[in-house]
Design a protein around this ligand. Structure first.
Ligand code: ACM
Length: 624
């Protein structure tokens, strides 16, 4: 494979004005990609030929038509041997390509795309779109290439939490549009949590009449937001009607995306309990949590819920409730899996309750971990009775797990490794590489979140750790929790470009991954987002600041992953920063009331943000 390394701004300039290098920026990188000497140049009409007699593939071709129309190109049906896009489904399956693979060639007069299945056509079209110039031009020139491509994993997921923040139908569709462009094929829809129940369940109307609404509060989540006042109206929220859900399911299917709905039980259930308090142990009246502090965290995953948010696993009424919910969920979502959550279920109220203890004794359940396992097994039976497979967060492993249940490993990879050895299917989704709610740039310019995940770290995600039984790792996923994400533009900012990194880790062969090359391609995709007026984080441009104590000296290092860049800094409260020092190696921050000011430059032009960090902050970062 040939990669072209050019200074950033030159690359971006070429990208704006010509198509010639566009094919070098495919994300995720294809399995096999060869540049040829050919060049296909055309104006505003292309003839479309194909043997397509498949509704789904026809849908994808129509999507291509719409895309080309935005570039001023019409797909015409009048036969022609030149200026042609030939799309076909293979009469005899090419085993290498599987269900989702495709082959794509750009030759002198034509573009040729073929696949075994409609899903392959869809993926091929996504790659083809990335070969076109961003801006509308009168003459388009795409240089020749030959691509054979297929995914490494069958589960390539993104999760969106719509409970902490409600996203409208159109916003969910916009999220699906972007993820499908990067060949994600699973949308994990986190539909319920303490802060809102978002799916209409017709047999349990209070879930949305009450559970979908909370009082409006601002400020940092889980810190000092106030409880609802007596008689205060719950005005923030929303939910998806079953008709809207069917519409979104179809919208996703037209983009090769299967939706995995999550109903998070037995914990994270405060919104459900606001509607039906009898389903808890204490049966006290509840409200939908507006982001108040209602838990305490002690490290190592230990915590206490200050308000009960857990279903009562010893109550038959709870299983009737669960059955009603999953009956309707299973009917709405045609996919194979239903996610039952299972994470962070607080056992304290179970431990304190005499009735629960009596039940455990009677049923020879030795502790509340086993009680949770009892619950999970009952839920598994309910879900499988609806013809679906159960998947849950790795806590569902505790106390034993029903055969056939799949595990989503989020507390690192350990749970996933263990589950794979026990022959459970595993989706790797570890906080360490795949939590998109974590801060991605320097804390001085980003939302203050308790953990961080850089683009570079996300790119190093390898879903199959050595110790795992690889056969059972079916894929991976990145998760966007929305406690600190109040709108769609910020959801995009937090998702991209780290989702590019996850997409490439899940689609492309391990040996095709290359960080420098990925960063260069990512910069092309910044233009794609900019032109579409979509928010994307360019935090990768910013210097990465590390500080450490060396004796009584405070030593600072700066770096970034941007090719051909320079970092400038000042430590004497002067600006602009390009008149300061060019970074060539670690330096001391002298004592005094001063700040580090630093920024990245390419060809003398600033890129990214200027960071301004007071010495006191640097001292804190360095630790004692
Ligand atoms: C999780 O992040 N609680 C699955």
């Amino acid at each position: 494979m040939k990669y072209i390394k050019l200074p950033t701004l030159l690359i971006l300039f070429l990208f704006q004005t010509n198509t010639f290098f566009a094919q070098h920026s495919i994300i995720p990188i294809p399995v096999s990609y060869t540049v040829t000497d050919a060049s296909f140049t055309f104006q505003n009409e292309l003839y479309l030929s194909g043997n397509i007699n498949d509704d789904q593939a026809t849908t994808h071709i129509n999507q291509l038509r719409e895309f080309l129309a935005t570039k001023g190109i019409a797909l015409i049906d009048k036969k022609s041997k030149k200026n042609c896009i030939k799309i076909s489904l293979n009469k005899k399956a090419d085993v290498t390509l599987g269900n989702e693979g495709y082959s794509l060639e750009v030759i002198e007069d034509n573009i040729v795309l073929s696949a075994n299945k409609a899903a392959g056509i869809f993926n091929g079209v996504q790659t083809l779109k990335q070969l076109f110039p961003e801006k509308k031009t009168d003459t388009i020139s795409i240089s020749g290439c030959s691509i054979t491509d297929y995914p490494r994993f069958k589960w390539r997921g993104l999760m969106l939490d719509v409970s902490r923040h409600f996203f409208t139908v159109d916003e969910v569709k916009a999220y699906l549009d972007q993820m499908s462009a990067y060949k994600f094929n699973v949308f994990h829809w986190h539909l319920t949590d303490d802060q809102g129940w978002r799916i209409e369940i017709k047999s349990l109307p209070k879930l949305t009449e009450i559970g979908a609404w909370r009082v409006e509060r601002y400020g940092r989540f889980g810190e000092n937001r106030e409880n609802p006042k007596p008689d205060e109206k719950a005005t923030y929220g929303g939910f998806y009607t079953q008709e809207q859900i069917k519409d979104i399911v179809n919208y996703a299917a037209a983009r090769n995306i299967t939706i995995v709905p999550e109903i998070d039980i037995p914990g994270h259930s405060m919104a459900a309990l606001a509607a039906y308090p009898d389903l808890s142990v204490k049966k006290e009246p509840k409200f939908v949590a507006p982001g108040i502090k209602f838990s305490e965290w002690y490290g190592g995953g230990k915590f206490k819920m200050l308000i009960e948010n857990t279903l009562n696993p010893t109550d038959e009424k709870v299983y009737e409730f669960v059955d009603k919910v999953f009956t309707e969920v299973a009917a709405l979502f045609p996919g194979e899996y239903i996610h039952m959550g299972g994470d962070e279920a607080y056992h304290g109220y179970w431990e304190e309750n005499k009735e629960v203890q009596k039940f455990m004794k009677k049923n020879k359940i030795k502790d509340t971990h086993e009680l949770q396992s009892y619950f999970v097994k009952r839920v598994e039976k309910i879900i499988s009775s609806k013809g679906k497979k159960i998947i849950g967060w790795d806590e569902i492993l505790e106390g034993g797990l029903a055969k056939g249940a799949a595990v989503m490993s989020w507390r690192g990879m350990k749970g996933g490794v263990e589950a794979s050895k026990m022959e459970h299917e595993v989706v790797m989704s570890p906080t360490t590489y795949a939590y998109l709610d974590y801060t991605q740039g320097d804390r001085s310019v980003e939302t203050n979140i308790y953990a961080s995940l850089s683009l570079e770290k996300a790119y190093s995600f390898e879903p199959i750790p050595e110790e795992a039984n690889a056969e059972y790792i079916i894929g991976g996923q990145a998760n966007l929790w929305t406690e600190e994400i109040p709108n769609l533009p910020f959801a995009f900012y937090m998702t991209y470009p780290r989702a590019f990194a996850i997409s490439e880790s899940l689609w492309s062969p391990k040996d095709k991954k290359d960080l420098d090359n990925f960063i260069t391609r990512t910069m092309h995709h910044f233009s794609r987002f900019d032109n579409a007026k979509l928010n994307i984080s360019k935090a990768v441009y910013d210097p990465i600041v590390s500080v450490a104590n060396d004796g009584n000296k405070l030593i600072c290092e700066l770096k970034n992953s941007i090719p051909n860049s320079e970092i400038y800094y000042t430590i004497n409260n002067t600006y602009p920063v390009q008149f300061g020092e060019k970074y060539t190696g670690s330096f001391e921050i002298p004592k005094g009331n001063l700040s580090l000011r630093t920024r990245t430059f390419v060809n003398g032009e600033p890129i990214g943000r200027e960071l301004l960090i007071h010495r006191e902050d640097l001292v804190k970062r360095a630790g004692k």
